[in-house]
Design a protein around this ligand. Structure first.
Ligand SMILES: Cc1ncc(COP(=O)(O)O)c(C=O)c1O
Length: 379
């Protein structure tokens, strides 16, 4: 976490105002305006988590029983569980072998008459190829929800992620590029979708005791927004330190045998959240688990493709078998049969290292030293 005196002062202002909810205060509204300006969109809707942002975005598109949504399996669970929370079917497509983000060719192969949306995940600050994905979506009349939780500030074809798809979703969890403790944001240029998101965030209730649709309580608090506004003012310096740390690790490891630094596609200007490395177990003579044990502050990112987890293998989302056994869905999905070669290999080889603004040069040097030893097969 990177909180200072300034955040504390703003939180105190909220407390002194006695207005702790967006229904009475000004902080959430201002944070939304400032975040929308930062991303370059017309609307931003603040919520209490990134998971809520995803759940709400899918609901805003009226995606539900019988509908399929394409998502990568190399991501945090919320990218896919938010589809299940809308009673729709996650369909997994493979990732690109270099950027580790959704592969447009694999997406094309997964589209059916039931596909309603694609959720590309911008991974640790590297964006998916939004140009290709938007073309596929428009050719097939489907929507794109960007999961930009890990990539606040990343640009793709000169536009900030979260401003390219029909909706963008962000998380302000402490590990993200800026934080509000817990928190999230939906971004969009579409007036109607923004209105639906505002309704969904607050019980489907446009005015007291009027309920226009099934909604939730996903409101961000004023204290969260007070922290977020200060964090947003510092975001460029946070990102520049993270990018500098990532560059430092990449340069130091670029010649190491058996370790590959992150690949930045031509179309992407990254705002690195983590440094994503790849190890070659054959060259190094160790497994990813052994590697993670030896390298301090390393993260598993991710241990298996999501379709191999119990939730999907057993299809145990809801007690009656929904959404897979829903009468609106006449197909049989068996995740045991899913095999996506790029992600299967990636989960054995890809790891992440911390590069947050407070990390010391000594910590990065320690990581580099240990990776060098591993690469040279020294104990
Ligand atoms: C890719 C991705 N999507 C969604 C989320 C969910 O965000 P939150 O933890 O704020 O609910 C995360 C958070 O870790 C994430 O990494």
């Amino acid at each position: 976490m990177n909180l200072s005196e300034e955040e504390q002062q703003e939180v105190l202002k909220v407390m002194k105002s006695q207005m702790l909810t967006l229904l009475h205060g000004e902080f959430v509204r201002k944070f939304e305006e400032e975040f929308a300006r930062y991303i370059g969109v017309k609307h931003a809707i603040a919520v209490n988590t990134g998971t809520a942002a995803l759940h709400m975005s899918i609901a805003a598109l009226n995606i539900g029983p019988g509908d399929e949504v394409i998502v990568p399996p190399f991501t945090f669970i919320a990218s896919a569980s938010s589809i299940l929370h809308n009673n729709a079917i996650p369909i997994f497509a493979d990732i690109d072998d270099k950027s580790y983000t959704l592969d447009p060719n694999s997406v094309t192969n997964k589209i059916t008459e039931k596909t309603k949306a694609i959720i590309p995940v911008h991974l640790a600050g590297i964006s998916a190829d939004m140009s290709e994905l938007m073309d596929i979506a428009s050719d097939n009349g489907i929507h794109v929800i960007e999961d930009a939780a890990q990539s606040i500030g990343t640009r793709c074809y000169n536009k900030k992620v979260g401003s390219i798809g029909h909706l963008g979703c962000f998380s302000f969890y402490p590990s993200k590029n800026i934080t509000t403790g817990e928190g999230g944001m939906v971004t969009t240029n579409d007036d109607e979708l923004a209105e639906q998101c505002r309704l969904l965030r607050h019980h489907g209730e446009p005015e007291w005791y009027v309920y226009n649709r099934l909604g939730y309580n996903y409101r961000m608090t004023e204290i969260q927004a007070a922290i977020g506004r200060v964090q947003l003012r510092k975001i460029e310096s946070f990102i520049s330190i993270r990018n500098k740390n990532a560059k430092y690790l990449s340069e130091a490891t670029s010649n190491l045998k058996g370790i590959t630094p992150p690949f930045v596609p031509d179309y992407c200007e990254p705002a690195f959240n983590y440094w994503i490395g790849r190890l070659d177990p054959d060259v190094l003579g160790i497994t990813k688990t052994q590697f993670l044990d030896r390298v301090p502050r390393s993260k598993v990112l991710y241990p298996k493709p999501l379709y191999k987890t119990k939730l999907f293998q057993k299809k145990n989302a809801y007690s009656k078998g929904c959404p897979w056994s829903c009468p609106f869905y006449d197909k049989e999905i068996n995740y045991n049969d899913v095999y996506l070669p790029i992600v299967e290999k990636a989960t054995q080889e890809i790891f992440a290292l911390d590069i947050h603004p407070k990390i010391s040069k000594e910590s990065l040097d320690e990581n580099i030293k240990i990776m060098k030893k591993i690469s040279e097969n020294k104990q």
